[in-house]
Ligand binder design. Structure first.
Ligand code: KG4
Ligand code: ZN
Length: 394
């Protein structure tokens, strides 16, 4: 089955053609990073206008790159939530209109579920026909249920137990900021630009390389600043707002160090947090280093994500853990989680980087598994900006 997937939930316009939910024929993404970079984040109104300008050429390119005509396409799928209402509306409306015009089945896809299905996608392996042993729900190399999935994107951080196709149990979620949101906000504070995740990763890598050149252990970069971790023991919940505030105070301290904020008897002193003081001290010693700040921050996020995911994998006795969402592209997280899971013989898998961040191949993949269970959407389907994963009742 060939599905045309369309993704337009935020600032990326995507169209992809995927065979049998797994084998990518084309995956075209038009990014708006250049445009939003100058504002330090996504401007919703600008994003939706840009979606409108790029969606048709992106779909045409996806068909061309897959060497497909409309006659080859079996179904059309588009994201209907969660995301920015204006952006979602563009892809969803175009998807429904094309399905109506071509008399094809249409399916609205949950963007978060699609991030999970990115783990079913293979790059550069196009199976033209299914082998005898393959059924729609399992091809060799697919993730094995039950599994633990850590969904970490710009707006979500969730630990999910997946018992089978479409069977999700929520184990924990963030109580405040999402992991990606923390990366983006901290990158802005450190002046590293948007999107924050890749920028922080690069700055941290550079700091580690510098230590390596000085024949010092790279771990020194990750512990250069002692930052808080919200363990929220006994739960699988996350919280990143304390860490984000600590980073803000550190950066403020570093830039305000000439002001007498540490003098005794000053009422302001009482309000100065230990992190502001840390920033001031580093600045006074001349040791403020954005790379070390980035590496220490990244380590604090990775630490909590990796340990909590490993604990969940142990408690639910799964054989496989999968990563999903933009933050799954983080190399430090991948390596650390592998180290946590290897001694337990739990297999870690994650999508290739291009399938981690927003793309339409994952939309086509998720759609395939629903279409095979005879699910289709009506053409009256509306956008759902606040949609969450369809969790089972425990
Ligand atoms: O899944 P995604 O592309 O969009 C949403 O559905 O939100 O995730 C975007 C998020 C951004 O916050 C971005 O900074 C983060 O993923 N991200 C990363 C990396 N690449 C993207 N975070 C950490 N390390 C990365 N390498
Ligand atoms: Zn996403």
């Amino acid at each position: 089955m060939l599905v045309l997937g369309i993704e337009s939930s935020c600032d990326e316009t995507g169209a992809a053609i995927v065979r049998d939910g797994r084998y990518m024929l084309s995956n075209v993404v038009a990014s708006q990073i250049e445009i939003h970079n100058r504002y330090g984040g996504v401007v919703p109104e600008v994003a939706s206008r840009q979606q409108l300008a790029t969606i048709i050429p992106v779909i045409e390119t996806a068909l061309e790159e897959a060497a497909c005509t409309w006659a080859d396409i079996d179904a059309i799928a588009a994201t209907y939530g969660p995301g920015l209402a204006g952006s979602l509306l563009v892809g969803l409306t175009v998807g429904k209109a094309l399905a109506l015009a071509r008399n094809l089945p249409f399916l609205g896809v949950n963007h978060l579920e699609a991030h999970i299905y990115a783990n079913w996608l293979r790059k550069g392996q196009v199976a033209q026909t299914q082998s005898g042993a393959d059924s729609w729900d399992y091809h060799e190399g697919d993730p094995i249920f039950p599994l633990i999935c850590l969904v970490i994107s710009g707006a979500h951080s969730e630990l999910v137990l997946v018992r089978g196709h479409g069977q999700y149990e929520l184990l924990g979620r963030t109580r405040d900021d999402a992991a990606g949101e923390a990366f983006d906000k901290v990158a802005r504070v450190l002046g590293l630009g948007y999107p924050g995740g890749p920028a922080i990763q690069r700055a941290a890598q550079q700091a580690e390389q510098e230590l390596q050149q000085q024949k010092k252990p790279v771990a020194l970069a990750r512990s250069a600043y002692r930052l808080p971790r919200a363990w929220l023991r006994g739960t699988y919940d996350f919280s990143f707002s304390g860490l984000k505030t600590a980073m803000l105070h550190l950066a403020e301290g570093a830039t305000q160090h000439q002001q007498p904020i540490l003098s005794t008897g000053n009422t302001r002193e009482k309000q100065v947090s230990q992190y502001t003081r840390m920033g001031v001290q580093a600045a006074q010693k001349g040791t403020t280093n954005v790379g070390l700040l980035a590496a220490s921050f990244q380590e604090a996020v990775v630490d909590v994500l990796a340990v909590k995911t490993r604990l969940a994998a142990q408690e639910y006795r799964v054989k496989q853990v999968v990563l999903a969402g933009g933050v799954a592209a983080n190399l430090s997280l991948r390596t650390r989680l592998e180290q946590e899971l290897l001694p337990l013989r739990i297999h870690l898998s994650y999508p290739p980087i291009e399938f981690c961040t927003d793309n339409a191949a994952m939309i086509a993949s998720a759609a395939f598994f629903h279409l095979n269970q005879a699910e289709v959407s009506g053409l009256d389907l509306d956008v759902s900006p606040g949609l969450s994963l369809p969790f089972n009742k425990k």
